[in-house]
Design a protein around this ligand. Structure first.
Ligand code: AHR
Length: 356
């Protein structure tokens, strides 16, 4: 009786051990199984699938981990930028992403530092709007070597190696400059005397400053009477726009037209023009770019004559691009934002429903 009991005891222990081993094997093979799924023993072919197809980095990421997006913003220099930041923050929250946001205060070295920190933190995707066009190859190569995809938004880089980023999403700044130039050419098609233009450029070396200048020059050169008599950076800010316009007004008594690369600089310049006893939009015609609310307000009052739109609401498209990149989908190397233009009359109509 004693011997019989011991044998059954050993047998029972063996069966319990085998059952425990089988249960452990089942748990390892399914990714986060639901309670009912975990009790199912997977077929041999199914259990082989995950480890065979997954890349090392992907298999290390838990299925329920949030996508982490590192975004290195230019700064907070204009109303356009504020609207752009808000769009990115709101869209990232809606997409359920964790957003690591950095403000570079218009300094390239701060953006490079932020990108390096995103690489160290092993974010899933890095997106940024480069302050200036040049000098990105080294840090972009570091991101590429770390296997982190990069998406450019709003502004371009001049890197020859386009494999350093997956896509560039934003406006066509050359086209914006052309639209500004075309309005002027049309306005002065019958001019028999020279038309003196002053230009408030954006941040020196930035894509919008370079391209808006190039597109504008390309078109106005068709009329030899259209002459740029002074051109200087106003760094895309209202304060600097005002300061430089004051200097222009002191140096030149015969300014006919101001071309400002953004609304904020035009708004600063309007203050300087009014302080000099002149009527903006009448004594000096004003063209600007962006079409933010304050700019549209000034246009509807006739102080700005023509605005070329530059859309800052890039957040939704950026999140779509992040998802596409992480899902391994093909995306175009360039995604161009659709934009319009506004005369004073059109600005008056559009103002009540303007979002930014
Ligand atoms: O890069 C877009 C430009 O940057 C906007 O036109 C300007 O307002 C901003 O600061």
């Amino acid at each position: 009786m004693k011997m019989f009991g011991k044998k059954w005891g050993v047998l029972a222990a063996l069966i319990a051990l085998m059952l425990a081993v089988a249960a452990c094997g089942g748990k390892n093979e399914g990714a986060s199984p639901s309670p009912s799924e975990s009790s199912k023993a997977p077929a041999a072919s199914e259990s082989a699938k995950p480890s065979e197809s997954a890349k090392p980095s992907e298999s290390a990421k838990p299925a329920d981990k949030k996508v982490v997006l590192g975004f290195a913003q230019v700064g907070a220099e204009s109303a356009w930028r504020t609207a752009n930041t808000k769009s990115i923050q709101e869209s990232a929250a809606q997409a359920g992403f964790e957003l690591k946001f950095s403000d570079a205060q218009q300094k390239q070295e701060n953006q490079i530092k932020a990108i390096r920190s995103f690489i160290q933190q092993k974010v899933d995707v890095i997106a940024f709007s480069p302050v200036v066009e040049s000098g990105w190859d080294t840090v972009l190569k570091e991101a590429k070597d770390a296997g982190i995809p990069v998406i450019l938004t709003d502004r371009a880089v001049d890197s020859k190696d386009t494999s350093l980023y997956r896509t560039f999403l934003g406006s066509d700044f050359v086209e914006e400059g052309r639209k500004a130039g075309q309005w002027l050419v049309d306005q002065y098609k019958d001019a028999s005397e020279d038309v003196n233009i002053v230009e408030l450029q954006g941040t020196t070396g930035s894509a919008p400053a370079n391209d808006r200048m190039a597109g504008f020059q390309e078109v106005i050169k068709t009329n030899p009477h259209l002459k740029i008599i002074a051109s200087q950076t106003g760094e895309f800010t209202r304060a600097k726009g005002k300061e430089v316009m004051q200097a222009f007004l002191q140096a030149h008594k015969d300014i006919d037209v101001l071309y400002a690369h953004n609304d904020d600089m035009a708004l600063g310049a309007i203050q300087a023009i009014e302080a000099a006893g002149l009527k903006p939009g009448t004594d000096i015609k004003i063209i600007s770019v962006d079409a933010v609310k304050d700019g549209m307000q000034a246009a509807s009052e006739g102080k700005i004559n023509f605005i070329v739109e530059c859309n800052p609401l890039l957040g939704p498209q950026l999140m779509e691009a992040v998802n596409a990149v992480l899902e391994g989908k093909e995306i175009p190397q360039r995604i161009v934002t659709k934009e319009g233009t506004f005369t004073s009359e059109q600005a008056k109509e559009a103002l009540p429903t303007r979002q930014y």
